[in-house]
Design a protein around this ligand. Sequence first.
Ligand SMILES: [Zn+2]
Length: 138
Amino acid sequence: MIRIRTEAWEAMVAHARAAYPRECCGAMLGVEQDGVRVVSLARPMRNAYDGPRGDTYMLDPAEQIRVEKEARAQGLSVVGIFHSHPDCDAYFSKRDLESSCPWYSFVVLSIRKGEFDHANSFLPNFDQTAAEKEPLEY
Ligand SMILES: [Zn+2]
């Protein structure tokens, strides 16, 4: 399961609302203890996808490396990636699955008409063929 601390959660929702009607993305930093991922810091990241569609996100690899370093410097690690689905449910799309990796939690925030609606977290498998829903607390 994944537990997101209030400050981190508020940063994630603020980033998703600011990016609306486009998708936002970012990293979740924290620790893993007894199978629970506790997120204490959220780092909004640039959506490197600049195509015409608003329904895609792409992480900037250079920024990803910077965030990894920042996490290590604070004794944390990147435990997951978040992104938003503007005017759409918080499901894990085929495209999300194709760009996923099995060692992160993937939190999807549904933003409707610019406001937060609901969220889900997913754990993709190694083959990128399915993602299991993970209990999420925020
Ligand atoms: Zn998505």
